[in-house]
Design a protein around this ligand. Structure first.
Ligand code: F6R
Length: 607
């Protein structure tokens, strides 16, 4: 979604802002702009479409050593030059960039219109610039505080005023903002990826805080002007991690990073002596863990599919009733929060509004929520009552891949801990550990030769509809496979339980609607084979994702992809990877923008 970058220091601002915006591209956007200040004047350049549309208007020589930039993902008002940020007040002295949604912008706008203020855009954000102008009496920080006191909704804001040429002021409520502390220069951004080329020293701004920044110092206060002492965090990510490293796309790179990401997610977290896991961040004693009799996992999108897989694993080996909950639904269901229930909020970005608000709702009712996040310092990670970082490294492609398998890894470790405290014996635990530790190497085998998957994608990318079918623990894998395909290739895809198709979806089957069946050698194999035959009998083409050497499945299917043999619970890892590659290659075949699919955003910070 929208991205923010601000710069204050001795260097020309424009190239730094443009570079920062490029690093934010992955979040998804539809327009971009910058405002640069010099000699008590601001220059604003903004365009609908890609950042490259700013080229020709922004030159490296463009004067100005302070500025703000923004990538917009439209919410209020269409994708136009006027609606792009930064927005200015009537005098052109104030410029602002804003992430989030101002819920009460209409009454505020009506009031400003009645006062004769002219609006240049249809956005909710523009009210901020005009409110600031009304409150400005020589102190931008004070004006920001008065402005945000009137605003209802979510915001990450950065403002500048041409009369205060060396200062940026930021404020946050529900939309991330981070300060990068450089050598004689400062950066404000919605996301550390925009600034780690310049500094790894960061300060996370919290809700209700306002930060006033010059090139040399910063001051953080609350809305009542109380000073807040902040500590500096060090970002562990390397710059290379947010670059493509020889791959054509980030999605491809991130699919290939999975073996390493899974290893990282388990590093230091397996206790071989007791054949169990060790997750220090849970902040729960063994006694407290023993008292848990229900687990609920809040999530959205791909993370929700990881939660579904997790529910099978937890129930299977720990025998704890577990449900995956769509965070967006749970929040408004007046959820029943029971004693001895444990909640997880699982989110790659740690900023997904649906998941964050559901987590807050559960916490408000006294529930304990642990976070499973990738982005260190993200809001969910900070507000949860403990949790686990999956450490997959930055995920830049909008479509989530490596985060999914790393999220599974974290849950498998949690399930092992809970299982070993209950019925799982040492021998069973040791076997589980061995199987989990063998997953990265098996994924490497799948990734070593992708030509068959590429060939398949070449032949199937022409279809407009596809079904993905799996059962048991691989049912959510089918859902995830369908989500991946539709996101990146725009092929309409549905995931179903293979058992369910006879209850309706089988009506879709004809020679133009292929089905991909996930057929591991588990207890449901013969039933899935029957489902495959039902589809074949109706002229449906069948791709099978089966286990090496399964000739029976190969003989039924039109095309078969194989994964290495494994234990039942580990197949979600192995079955997922070929479906990610299939989606990736189908998207390439169809000429889609793989890393930034249309209409999508990486971090969905609005409800
Ligand atoms: C799918 C995808 C989205 C996200 C969802 C939740 O490829 O990327 O469905 O999984 O928006 O995002 P996080 O995990 O950041 O909460």
């Amino acid at each position: 979604m929208c991205g923010i970058i601000g710069y204050c220091g001795p260097r020309p601002a424009a190239p730094i802002l443009i570079e920062g915006l490029r690093r934010l591209e992955y979040r998804g956007y539809d327009s971009a702009g910058i405002a640069v200040g010099r000699d008590n004047a601001l220059t604003v350049i903004k365009r609908a479409g890609k950042i490259s549309n700013l080229r020709g208007h922004v030159t490296p020589e463009m004067p100005g050593i302070i500025g703000i930039g923004h990538t917009r993902w439209a919410t209020h008002g269409g994708v136009t030059d006027e609606n792009a940020h930064p927005h200015t007040d009537g005098s052109g002295k104030i410029a602002i960039v804003h992430n989030g949604i101002i819920e009460n912008y209409q009454p505020l706008k009506d009031r400003l219109l009645a006062e004769g203020v002219h609006f240049a855009s249809e956005t909710d954000s523009e009210v901020i610039a005009h409110l600031l102008a009304g409150f400005y009496r020589g102190d931008l920080e004070a004006a920001v505080k008065e402005t945000v006191s009137l605003i209802k909704g979510t915001y990450g804001i950065v403002a500048m005023h041409s009369d205060e040429p060396g200062r940026l002021v930021g404020a946050r409520n529900g939309s991330p903002l981070v300060l990068g502390v450089g050598e004689g220069e400062m950066f404000l951004a919605s996301d550390v990826t925009a600034i780690i080329a310049h500094t790894r020293q960061v300060i996370y701004i919290e809700d209700g805080e306002v930060i006033s920044v010059t090139g040399r110092d910063y001051r953080t206060t609350d809305l009542r002007d109380n000073q807040i002492v902040k500590h500096i965090d060090h970002v562990g990510w390397e710059l290379e991690e947010i670059e493509k490293a020889g791959f054509t796309h980030f999605m491809e790179k991130e699919i290939h990073e999975q073996p390493e990401a899974i290893r990282r997610a388990t590093t230091g977290r397996i206790d071989h002596e007791f054949a169990t896991g060790h997750l220090g961040g849970l902040n729960l004693s063994n006694r407290e863990l023993l008292e848990i009799n229900r687990v609920k996992i809040l999530a959205a999108g791909t993370s929700y599919h990881a939660a579904m897989v997790a529910s099978y694993v937890l129930e299977s080996i720990a025998r704890i009733p577990t449900t995956a909950e769509l965070a967006s639904e749970l929040r408004y269901r007046n959820p029943i929060v029971e004693r001895n229930s444990l909640y997880f909020a699982i989110s790659q970005s740690g900023e997904t509004a649906d998941t964050l608000y559901a987590m807050r709702e559960v916490q408000r009712k006294g529930g304990r929520v642990l976070g499973i996040c990738n982005v260190v310092g993200s809001t969910i990670a900070r507000e949860s009552d403990g949790g686990v970082y999956i450490h997959s490294g930055p995920e830049i492609a909008v479509a989530s891949t490596k985060a999914f398998t790393s999220q599974l890894t974290a849950f498998y470790l949690f399930a092992l801990i809970m299982g070993r405290m209950r019925d799982v014996s040492f021998e069973q635990g040791a076997r589980f550990v061995e199987e989990l530790e063998s997953v990265p190497e098996k994924i490497e085998r799948i990734l070593a030769d992708t030509t068959r998957i590429q060939d398949l994608a070449r032949r199937y990318a022409r279809y407009d509809n596809m079904l993905f079918l799996g059962r048991g623990i691989n049912y959510p894998v089918a859902l995830e496979a369908a989500l991946k395909l539709k996101e990146v290739s725009y092929i309409h895809a549905e995931g179903y339980s293979a058992a369910e198709i006879k209850h309706g979806p089988i009506a879709l089957i004809n020679e133009e609607t292929p089905s991909l069946f996930i057929v591991p050698d588990d207890g449901l194999r013969s039933k899935v084979i029957n489902n495959m035959k039902e589809v074949k009998a109706r002229q449906g083409r069948v791709i099978a994702l089966a286990v090496e050497g399964d000739q029976e499945v190969e003989a039924i299917a039109d095309d078969t992809l194989f994964v290495p043999r494994s234990s039942e619970l580990m197949y979600p890892f192995l079955m997922t990877v070929p479906t990610q590659l299939f989606a990736y290659y189908c998207a390439i075949e169809r000429g889609c923008n793989v890393d930034q699919p249309r209409n999508l955003a990486k971090s969905v910070t609005v409800e």
